[in-house]
Design a protein around this ligand. Structure first.
Ligand SMILES: Cc1cc2nc3c(=O)[nH]c(=O)nc-3n(C[C@H](O)[C@H](O)[C@H](O)COP(=O)(O)O)c2cc1C
Length: 337
């Protein structure tokens, strides 16, 4: 059984990838995931705010030094409030690369092109196999034109691509007027891969306590249908790799994403729920299913049910059929007739 796959031009021993999360934030975590069989890991994102904080700290130190009053302002030690996260991040990359026998993908998170390039270069020097750009941009200003919002993505991509030789993937949200066009534009702009889809931090309101809360919730398998539909549609329409992220809970979700056309299938929520060793269960389940269905390699099944493959393409009659079926299933026919 050959589970290898090509993603971003890299050969992965398995299509299952541990996406960015606290699980990949330590060398021990990366080693555990590698031991469980994942094909690659994506490290947690290094955030633009953290990079800016470091730049400000460096400017402060330079200024303090130039004015000869460093000691008066607390000496040359890094400001504990600003921290030294970027340096720790580069160190994590180096150690993860040394100790885990799988590609280590670094992740940069931000919304503006400026200031990323030095870090992208440093990430490559530290030994990362690729960079994932987690562009976390929700245009809250209602006057921002769609084209301007979209331009940020291509600007960030081309800025980073200009300074590194390693592959660069873009982790996208589904919130575009024409997601397909955005994917094609990024593909033409040089993206080596697209990761569908990012999950934004959500805001909620508690009417009892009048509080607004924000946070990440773990996903459910039902959330996979949106990214899966888009991977199915984009397969063959873009030259770059496609990775799935969101809603993997069992090996069936992994198999379905591969059939839709994903080159790699990422998981976080399932690993947070069940622990890193659960990756082995997902991979074994996939292998058993492949054997049962007579697939010798991942390449044999990838994209078999993509729109490009031409099987089960939904047309208008299919859509109406589906509505009718759902109406009957939920007893709505009496209400309608
Ligand atoms: C606690 C937590 C932390 C995360 N941190 C990051 C991050 O730093 N960068 C990133 O791109 N995605 C991050 N994600 C998103 C995951 O990488 C993944 O894309 C998302 O959870 C959907 O996949 P899943 O359904 O398998 O959980 C995080 C998710 C969780 C739950």
């Amino acid at each position: 059984m050959d589970l290898t796959t090509k993603y971003l031009g890299l050969t992965l021993r398995s299509p299952l990838v541990a996406s960015a999360s606290p699980l990949t934030g330590t060398v021990g975590g990366v080693r555990r995931l590698a031991a469980a069989g994942v094909g690659a890991v994506v490290l947690p994102s290094l955030f633009e705010e953290q990079l800016k904080a470091e730049d400000e700290r460096d400017a402060w130190l330079a200024d303090a030094h130039a004015n000869g009053h460093a000691e008066a302002r607390g000496g040359y030690l890094p400001d504990p409030v600003l921290g030294n996260r970027p340096h720790q991040y580069l160190d994590l990359i180096k150690r993860a690369v040394d100790q885990a026998p799988i590609p280590v993908i670094a992740s940069l998170n931000g919304v503006s092109p400026g200031g990323w390039t030095d870090y992208a270069w440093a990430i490559e020097q530290a030994g990362a196999s690729a960079i994932e750009l987690n562009v976390y941009y929700l245009p809250g200003d209602p006057l921002v034109p769609a084209r301007e919002a979209e331009r940020r993505y291509t600007e960030i991509l081309t800025t980073v691509k200009a300074v590194v030789n390693i592959p660069v993937a873009v982790k996208l949200s589904p919130f575009f007027s024409s997601l397909g066009e955005m994917a094609v534009v990024l593909d033409h702009a040089g993206a080596d891969g697209l990761v569908l889809f990012n999950r934004f931090m959500q805001t909620d309101i508690d009417p009892e306590t009048f509080t607004v809360s924000t946070g990440f919730r773990l996903s459910t398998p039902g959330e996979a249908s949106l990214p899966r539909s888009w991977i199915r549609l984009l397969r063959g329409k873009v030259r770059c790799s496609l990775a799935a992220t969101t809603g993997v809970e069992t090996w069936t979700d992994v198999a379905a994403y591969l059939l839709a056309g994903a080159d790699a299938v990422m998981t976080t929520s399932a690993l947070l729920r069940h622990g890193p060793a659960y990756a082995t269960e997902l991979i074994n389940g996939l292998a058993v299913w492949m054997q049962r269905k007579g697939f010798a390699t991942v390449a044999d099944l990838r994209g078999l049910l993509s729109a490009e493959a031409g099987l089960a393409v939904p047309g208008r009659p299919g859509y109406l059929d589906a509505i009718e079926q759902a109406t009957h299933a939920y007893g709505g026919s009496e209400v309608i007739s």
